[in-house]
Design a protein around this ligand. Structure first.
Ligand code: G3H
Ligand code: 13P
Ligand code: ZN
Ligand code: NA
Length: 280
């Protein structure tokens, strides 16, 4: 069923688990996430990145909403990484239930005013608003943020940011990166996350962790214990899709089916890791 991101995250907070938000690019991706969710009795968030929206447009969004409506478990549809005001304004009219206002490339005060502006408009439409403080390193689609620009979330700025913008969910930068982690492995600042969680409980916002591809079981557990309720997953699902295409078997429909199976296996595994399996 088509649920709300707020309801899904409230239940995750009550239950002490997290929910996966999976980037989707085509119908096969949508089917993979929804059928994994049904198989695992898990809630899930389908998210559309501006890069995916450029390709799929309203057809992709409609596919997500329709699949959610037909699902036997709670599913919502989220707009990921709104870095441009134009894209965000458009996204508010398309049926997304929640939106990420990504002003993380802006100086602190500009990030506040940008986020606050969109947050007010989104709230008029009853949407949940996520925003990022700090800056992630790594590459995601056409968003490239150099490692040297990477900045951790400043705990001292976080309270002002939450209060001033009125956001519902905070995407934290604690050393998480989009795409692959370096060979040395992820270096997450779990103490910072613990402090951010205490603040988030006081200010009643949910914590979100981007760049969840490549995190070990132990790190995911550590993040959930310290309040992460939404994990964004993209790279590992895309990788499964691309690998299944590298030795295609059969005709079009067989290839489509095998890409769905490949992505579904990754998504189902994440649902177990995040603790959302069995919670729908
Ligand atoms: O390290 C680079 C990643 O493979 C990029 O993948 O575009 O899914 O984040 P992404
Ligand atoms: P990964 O590509 O590292 O899974 O990150 C996904 C993400 O943060 C989408 O917003
Ligand atoms: Zn992200
Ligand atoms: Na990652």
């Amino acid at each position: 069923r088509l649920s709300s991101t707020k309801e899904i995250l409230i239940n995750a907070e009550k239950g002490g688990y997290a929910v996966g938000a999976f980037n989707v690019y085509n119908m096969e991706g949508v089917k993979a996430v929804v059928s994994a969710a049904e198989q695992e009795c898990s809630p899930a968030i389908l998210q559309v990145h501006p890069g995916a929206f450029k390709q799929g447009g309203v057809t992709l969004v409609a596919c997500c909403i329709s699949a959610a409506e037909q699902a036997s478990v709670p599913i919502t549809v989220h707009f990921d990484h709104g870095t441009s005001k134009q894209e965000l304004l458009e996204s508010l009219e398309l049926g997304f239930d929640s939106v990420m206002v990504d002003g993380s490339h802006l100086p602190f005060k500009d990030n506040i005013s940008y986020t606050k502006h969109i947050s007010n408009l989104a709230h008029l439409r009853d949407m949940l608003v996520e925003a990022e403080l700090g800056r992630l390193s790594g590459t995601e689609d056409d968003l490239t943020v150099k490692d040297y620009e990477a900045k951790l979330t400043d705990i001292n700025q976080a309270e002002e940011f939450i209060v001033e913008t009125g956001i519902d969910a905070l995407a934290v930068c604690i050393g998480n990166v989009h795409g692959k982690y370096p060979a040395s492995g992820p270096n997450l600042k779990l103490d910072l996350l613990k402090d951010l969680y205490a603040l988030s409980l006081k200010k009643r916002v949910f914590l979100v962790l981007h760049g969840a591809s490549g995190l070990s079981k132990e790190l995911v557990k550590g993040c959930i214990e310290r309040g992460v309720r939404k994990f964004n997953v993209n790279t590992e699902v895309r990788k499964a899709y691309m690998e299944s295409l590298s030795s295609p078997k059969g005709d079009l429909v067989h290839v489509m089916a095998s890409t769905i199976e490949a992505m579904k296996a990754v998504v189902a595994e994440k649902m177990h890791l995040f603790g959302s399996a069995g919670k729908a």
